[in-house]
Design a binder for this molecule. Structure first.
Ligand code: SF4
Length: 387
């Protein structure tokens, strides 16, 4: 029915009644939140399209879909609605690609909840993950389809690699994928990976962020010493709408906090034009009136010297997004806490552009921060900014 079937952890597809931060519900232990309450609070998944595909899908799935469409026809790449996954997995299916964020429940909030609730039961995110993988394995029985997982949660399998075998997963891909997606999928089906591009194993870091490679038959990553990341021009724009109206504005950060992996990735800033195109896809085909701008550090977008905020770039970015027909509001996902303290005027200008106010709260999620000068200088010297 379809050569490549792309799905995601279902916890990334519920609407959580659009209640702020309720998206973190699946991080809670399943023994602490009864199933009936969990099932009510998680809300619904957007109605499927007429052909059974998902109307909205997590942004990483949309990026993978766009990457595969560069070498495949649209009928070969499908993103099923969760109710119709089995209908698309048939004898001609070659790869089922699954994107995941926290498959084993080792994410920071999930672990914090386990401690807070004093629970050793599976968190809901892991319950949902195992149910999904069980479904996929049953659906592909009797076919040659390979089960390949990827996404930001793959690091959890590097800690517990035996889980891949226990769950019947053929291969976990570690890293950004856009520039090699077509090769990865065709070679995963054949179970033959080009050693000039791929490494049969995974990369891990020690406490000092020194990387090393470990061979493992169920992992694939980029070859040591080879190209590790797609260039900006190799990252395609999404062609179908993303859940939550998410779209990226940059990758990497560069500020260099010594505990952070994001900063090890090369900086790539999307142009206003690229950003606007993705916002338009979400508005036109997803019915959204907002745009949620994904960065790991919003104020680093096209930053100035020593990572001071670039007012022209930040105001231009928000203006460009707010000017998209149909967009009524926008907000960034993550940011440092120090720029608002050092640049209140900038925050006022940005707030005006996005019409922030008592009836339109704009919040960002901050990462690890400290009020200690000593700790900031020691671990995140460029994170604190001053005029
Ligand atoms: S500012 Fe945030 S994303 Fe950037 S290096 Fe520091 S912790 Fe990482």
């Amino acid at each position: 029915m379809a050569k490549y079937v792309l799905v995601s952890d279902p916890t990334l597809m519920f609407n959580y009644h659009d209640f702020p931060l309720l998206d973190f519900l699946p991080c809670a232990p399943s023994s602490s939140i009864p199933g009936a309450i969990y099932n009510f609070l998680k809300g619904d998944i957007a109605e499927p399209l007429e052909d059974g595909q998902a109307r909205l899908a997590p942004y990483p799935v949309r990026k993978l879909e766009a990457s595969l469409l560069r070498c495949c026809s649209p009928r070969d790449v499908v993103v099923p609605h969760p109710d119709f996954i089995e209908a698309f997995i048939k004898e001609d299916t070659e790869v089922i690609g699954v994107s995941t964020m926290d498959p084993l429940g080792l994410g920071p909030l999930t672990m914090s909840y386990s401690v807070l609730f004093g629970s050793s039961s599976y968190p809901w995110v892991r319950v949902e993950w195992e149910a999904l993988i069980g479904r996929l394995n049953r659906a592909r029985r009797g076919t040659r389809a390979k089960l390949v997982v990827g996404g930001p949660g793959v690091w959890e399998f590097t800690v517990f690699p035996a889980e891949l075998e226990r769950l019947g997963i053929d291969c976990a891909y570690q890293g950004e994928v856009e520039d090699v997606a077509c090769l990865l999928f065709s070679q995963a089906f054949e179970d033959e990976f080009d050693a000039n591009i791929f490494f049969r194993g995974f990369m891990s870091f020690d406490m000092n962020f020194r990387s090393s490679y470990r061979p493992h038959e169920r992992f694939v990553s980029r070859r040591p010493g080879g190209k590790r990341y797609p260039r900006l021009e190799e990252i395609p724009g999404i062609v179908h709408p993303a859940a939550k109206a998410l779209n990226e504005v940059m990758r990497g950060c560069g500020i260099g906090c010594d505990f952070c992996e994001v900063t090890l990735r090369p900086l790539r800033y999307y142009s206003f034009e690229q950003i606007v195109k993705e916002v338009e896809v979400n508005v036109r085909y997803g019915g959204f009136r907002n745009a949620w701008l994904q960065t790991d550090e919003f104020f680093a977008y096209q930053h100035g010297p020593l990572y001071t905020p670039n007012e022209e770039a930040l105001t231009g970015l928000l203006k460009a997004v707010m000017d998209v027909g149909g967009v009524g509001s926008t907000n960034p996902t993550h940011a440092r806490i120090s720029p608002p303290a050092a640049y209140p005027e900038l925050i006022r200008k940005l707030s005006d552009i996005v019409h922030a106010g008592p009836s339109n709260w704009i919040g960002v999620q901050v990462g690890v921060e400290t009020g200690s000068d000593r700790l900031a200088k020691l671990h995140m010297p460029l994170s604190a900014v001053s005029k």
